[in-house]
Design a protein around this ligand. Sequence first.
Ligand code: 5AD
Ligand code: SF4
Length: 509
Amino acid sequence: MNEKQRLENTQVNPSDKKSAKDYSKYFETVYMPPSLKDAKKRGKEEVKYHSDFKIDEQFRGMGDGRKFYIRTYGCQMNEHDTEVMSGIFMALGFEPTDSVEDANVILLNTCAIRENAENKVFGEIGHLKALKRERPDLLIGVCGCMSQEESVVNKILSKHQHVDMIFGTHNIHRLPYILQEAYLSKAMVVEVWSKEGDVIENLPKVRKGNIKAWVNIMYGCDKFCTYCIVPYTRGKERSRRPEEIIQEVRHLAAQGYQEITLLGQNVNAYGKDFEDIQYGLGDLMDEIRKIDVARIRFTTSHPRDFDDHLIEVLAKGGNLVDHIHLPVQSGSTEILKIMARKYTREQYLELVRKVKEAIPTVSLTTDIIVGYPNETEEQFEETLSLYREVGFDSAYTFIYSPREGTPAAKMQDNVPMEVKKERLQRLNAVVNELSAQKLKEYEGKVVEVLVEGESKNNPDVLAGYTRKSKLVNFKAPKSAIGKLVKVKIIEAKTWSLNGEMIEEVAEVK
Ligand code: 5AD
Ligand code: SF4
């Protein structure tokens, strides 16, 4: 669809008769609501790459004398999208602000992964109503994963009319058009494409900080784990071309960034969509490790596509860190099957064995969901035993949250919430026990820390992370910020390490 057809199509979504009737008053402006049904489709269409993004002349100066504020919820992908939207705002002449009171445009970049994430956003939308009443010329926008859900858009349309614009994860590059439309019209602007197969390069970015940077390597997910909304909100798997990624990482290294995290919903599927080349995550990491940057990470991995070539490359070490986040979700083969994870407990353990054999110092972290529909006590105990067997360093743990439109949300569930909460507590006790044990082993040892700044709780102390992502607090001169330093660990706390700086490892470039 070209731009003209797209704009013609934005008036009404013919497949959405109910919304069309209910919200006919909005049709005087852009009204293109999402459809989970469309978002589910996966076609064979080729991925189109656009590298001609530019701010149209008509928008220049739109932001002069105006300020923007973006509140970001959820994962690193969202954090990075916020950096892109900040880049677009700045290119339009807007200035950033840290205060909602000062802002002329407020965006909520939302997360849909669990119900409590969505509740927080609705709470915030409610709070902003008073501000909008005081300053009617303030623009309020909702973007990110929640805006890809029909139910969310309908709720905002019917209950939160002080919102001026809703736009989707595939519409970020359209921000100048959406802002203009919102300035010109009194009605709510809704522009959410449900099915986008494109990769847009050359988008401006304003990165948070100058020490660590995120780089997208792919977008979307085709795994469709039965509990997960991401394949619907982020669309089909599309990989960026290796040369674009390598160029971006080189550029960041030249600017002095010390740590790069390669991002994707399922980075192990990187390259599977290329039709002209056979090129995977292992190949990409093998090239990126040659770039002069101190640390390279990637997230998030799916065990299913974690191949031997990648393990072989990671074992080369150097700037490739020996920390892998490898979500397992459950230790029960039966639950994994219902989740459609496409691996068994034994296959996961075998992968862990291979990784540990190739990288003996590796630290593994994971994500776990407890209280899946009909999860039995025995199945839950298999998760506990797998956790100990792998010996994870730590984990993000969650109670299963039904997401409308996903297959799991339709399942009957006989596990009471009380039981789910109790299982989460029991799992967290094991997570904390192992994490404390791992941290205790650091006492007396020397670690390499990338110094990020002052500690949150004590400005006299600096804080940074080790290669294995352990938080370290230590006394050192402020001139150490942004550098790699050696720190001797004095004491292990529950979640962090305290130490003393010994020496600097490297000069800032
Ligand atoms: N309920 C609970 N946790 C979820 N996650 C994804 N979807 C859900 C859901 N519906 C968790 C998974 C994933 C992490 C990012 O969030 O563990 O790895
Ligand atoms: Fe969701 Fe990750 Fe599964 Fe994709 S691989 S569906 S993002 S949990």
